[in-house]
Write a protein that binds this ligand. Structure first.
Ligand SMILES: Nc1ncnc2c1ncn2[C@@H]1O[C@H](COP(=O)(O)OP(=O)(O)OP(=O)(O)O)[C@@H](O)[C@H]1O
Length: 457
């Protein structure tokens, strides 16, 4: 049952107000607090729509990026697939056919309950303090990871460039999955072909020269826990074949042994390779890929989530500064960190912060002198680069191609600048106004007039 402290906002197109009243009564009977349809706030939003026209979704429930909008399509027949997809594309977390106002709300309540549970876990200190990031793409990934970890048991394949947090995600899945056993980590790049069988499956005494005692392998160690095969894409083909049965049936034989040993483990694999391409060129077995990829996620490179740079910097600085409070950044240092490239992704950012920290001394903010001399040139070049640049012109060309007016483009540019700076300044209106060169009051008025300015235009 949903706690009654949970707000559920009910919105409906005018023609559906009777249906909404019936549904509200059912929800209240189920112990849910139903709030005024005119309001907006934290909690779940339920929107009743005429399935012939799903477009009013955004107007009825102000666009949210927390995945808490549920659409009920109220046509007499099941909605056409295109309507459902259109509603999802407009921002709904899920779409249900709602043929009658007094239908059983249990399916809807189950979905709301799941969303709220995922949101609670994703917002918990343990998750926020380890999987740091506030960009929409990162938060969506964390929601997915939390859901699959805590509410599923499938194998997970994590793909992504080096340094993007694959290892961290694997650790988080282990923590959140609530399994009794440990996280057993095996780096497939370190498996020597002649010892790999023993590393994975263990061996019996006398199985080969030097095997003076029986030994457990990774699959035995991972029993009741999680087995993390890092860099699975580097596994040689013969070893891939050996994994098929144990991954599918959760039983294996030790090297030199005859009996099947059971092992109940959850499998997580990670790679920075394109496994589909490897399958296509015969480097990776398709049958193994299907088995390890019960659920997949991709950790985005830092260049796709630049809004996460400052929160990550604060996170790494806090670790260096503890137990002292984290120090501020001089604006030039902040610009340097925000505009620099990070081919090594978060790992490189972490090392960059460590270098700054080691050169920083005394109290006060970290100043530009802390940036190592050999790293200053690209920064100066970036700052000296002309603006607006080709990327900006490309974005404007795209907007014009979409038929946008000058007013709309101007509006969207201002909205984007405000959104970015507010995110970078942790929501502080005062600091954001200072950076945007407007007064506090002017920014406040604009945000009030355009409440969506904190989101993607
Ligand atoms: N979202 C994040 N929050 C906090 N730290 C992070 C985050 N993402 C990555 N890191 C840090 O960056 C470093 C690299 O992360 P990790 O080892 O998980 O990356 P990876 O994708 O597994 O890299 P590789 O493919 O090279 O093994 C680690 O020190 C990790 O703690």
């Amino acid at each position: 049952m949903i706690p009654t402290t949970t707000a559920v906002w009910l919105h409906a197109q005018p023609a559906l107000s009777k249906r909404a009243a019936l549904l509200a009564a059912r929800l209240v009977r189920a112990g849910v607090a139903v709030l005024d349809s005119a309001g907006d706030g934290p909690g779940c939003h339920i929107v009743l729509l005429d399935d012939a026209d799903p477009t009013p979704l955004a107007a009825l429930a102000p666009q949210r990026d927390d995945g808490h909008v549920f659409a009920l399509l109220c046509g007499a027949t099941p909605p056409p697939a295109a309507s459902s997809w259109a509603v999802l594309a407009a921002g709904a977390a899920d779409v249900l056919w709602w043929p009658a106002g007094d239908a059983d709300p249990a399916p809807l309540l189950a979905r709301i309950q799941r969303r709220l549970a995922v949101a609670r876990l994703a917002a918990s200190d343990t998750v926020r303090q380890t999987l740091v990031g506030r960009s929409a793409i990162w938060r969506a990934l964390v929601d997915d990871v939390v859901e699959v970890a805590a509410f599923g048991s499938s194998s997970v394949l994590i793909t992504g460039e080096t340094g993007t947090g694959k290892d961290l995600i694997a650790q988080a899945i282990h923590r959140l999955s609530g399994c009794a056993g440990e996280l057993t980590v095996l780096d497939c790049t370190t498996l020597a072909p002649e010892l790999a069988g023993s590393e994975l499956f263990g061996h019996e005494r006398g199985a080969y020269t030097g095997a003076v005692a029986a030994r457990d392998g990774a699959f035995a160690q991972a029993d009741q826990g999680v087995l993390f095969l890092d860099e699975i894409g580097e596994l040689p083909l013969p070893l891939q074949a050996q994994l098929l049965r144990v991954v599918q049936e959760h039983k294996y034989k030790r090297v030199g042994g005859n009996s099947w040993q059971p092992s109940h483990f959850r499998l997580i694999c990670a790679t920075n390779r394109d496994l589909e391409a490897d399958v296509a060129c015969g480097r990776f077995r398709a049958d193994l890929l299907y088995r390890i990829a019960g659920w997949r996620c991709r950790t985005p490179p830092l260049r796709e989530r630049r809004d996460d740079i400052l929160p990550l910097v604060t996170h790494f600085l806090a670790a260096h500064a503890a137990p002292q409070p984290v120090c501020e950044l001089d604006p030039a240092v902040r610009d340097y960190l925000l505009t620099r490239d990070y081919p090594g992704n978060v790992r490189e950012l972490r090392q960059t912060v460590a270098r700054l920290w080691h050169r920083h001394c005394g109290c006060g903010p970290i100043t530009p002198g802390a940036v190592p001399p050999d790293e200053r040139a690209p920064c100066a070049a970036t700052l000296a680069a002309p603006w607006p640049d080709a990327a900006f012109a490309g974005a404007i060309r795209h907007a014009l191609d979409q038929g946008m007016s000058l007013a709309r483009i101007t509006q969207a540019s201002a909205d984007t600048a405000i959104r970015i700076v507010l995110e970078q300044e942790g929501g502080s209106n005062q600091r954001a106004a200072q950076r945007l060169g407007v007064t506090d009051r002017a920014l406040q008025i604009r945000r009030k007039a355009r409440p969506a300015d904190g989101r993607q235009p």
